[in-house]
Ligand binder design. Sequence first.
Ligand SMILES: CSC[C@@H](O)[C@@H](O)C(=O)COP(=O)(O)O
Ligand SMILES: [Zn+2]
Length: 464
Amino acid sequence: MTAPTPVTADAVVVDLEGTTSAAGFILGDLYDYARPRLDAVLGRADDVVQQARAQVIVEAGLHADASDAEVADALRRLMDSDIKSTPLKTIQGVIWAEGFAAGEITSHFFDDVPPRLRDWHERGIRIAVYSSGSVASQQPWFRNAPQGDLSGLVEAWFDTVNAGPKKDPASYARIADALGTDPGRTLFLTDHPEEVDAALDAGWRVVALDRAGEPWAGADFSAPAVPHFDRIEVVLADAPADADAAPTAGAGAPLVPAERLREAGRVLAAEASRFADFGWMRGTAGNLSAVVHRDPLLLAVTASGLDKSELTERDVVLVDAAGRSADPADARKPSAESGLHAHIAARTGAEAVFHVHALDAVLAGQLWPQGVEIRDLEMLKGIGHPAHDATVRIPVIANHQDMAVEAARFDEVYAPATDGTPEVPALIVAGHGMYAWGRTATAARHHLEIVEWLLRHAVAARGL
Ligand SMILES: CSC[C@@H](O)[C@@H](O)C(=O)COP(=O)(O)O
Ligand SMILES: [Zn+2]
């Protein structure tokens, strides 16, 4: 199993159904509890109830003087179709709050959730809830958890009334506003692929919960997906999101001597010039990095948007393990792909990571999206694999602009070396290019050149 991917965030916002709690439990048990109690609640002279009742009449197209039984029937129809109607949620909330208070119903949390929430809370990471279930039902749900009262861990409660629909990016903007957090440092956890997309559109960090047996298990998520909370490691952000404005390495981070950075810049500029000559770094394509400190991880990475055929030793930026600028005095943007460089260096132990837009890598990724299988070629020895009688697979991942997504995809395909089999020190990003890495810049270059040759061969030999 792969280690958790760290996500830097000030606040974690959790969805409930399918994320913290089993969807079947909520929709089944609580809905069943609410159904027979609707008629009686609708008759109450309570402002909240009466306002919701009036809204149901409008939403369901009932006549203005509809009876409690007619309104309750309309609510039951909404429940049967699991329509997320706001007045329905309000009325359910009232019923459930009373059910919890009377001990007639209890809530459900997956066992991996409460310890993680407690840990985040203790470490000063703020926690909020955003669920289509009304705030009125969220609070008793947390108070009545089988694992104890969890409500004290939650700082803010959001539903479709105070934040808006869950598939609308504007709702996430509203929540970040209300919390006063930077969207880029607010993490949303959900099991719903369209909510993943909406939160990503709002600039949030997102981790999807892909829980076995839940309604969206196995869906195609645009964010890293994990099976439970143990796999989510939240690192408290201690600096503003604008990496240019403040140090991200934090107080006490090791200083990298300017000469060390300059030396890495010299090496990377020379490598880039060579790869540009091969036609692998056209325009501003490609980027290169070298580790300059291991613990904590710091890399020199080529600055973004430069013509890589013309780099000088000064054209590198110091970045941290998340690929963010780690030098407060340097206002330049590091490569847009720094996050994946740092991740590869962390996972593989590589000292240098090279990324180029080699045409054959893109063609091979298109021809063999499940990975490019190569065997019986002498050149395989150049990446540490036998020339005969073994198949080597160059993995392929889909392209994405969020490097956290690419990092998670990398983890899915990367096989570390075992006793008998070395790692494959290269990766194809479909429709984009390739990465190769090594224990030294020279090794990374050899791996890049050899894998590019192997891919060129595979494409050329197709159909022979
Ligand atoms: C044609 S450059 C495309 C870029 O988005 C990227 O893929 C790339 O390789 C260079 O990005 P950079 O930010 O300059 O390191
Ligand atoms: Zn690229």
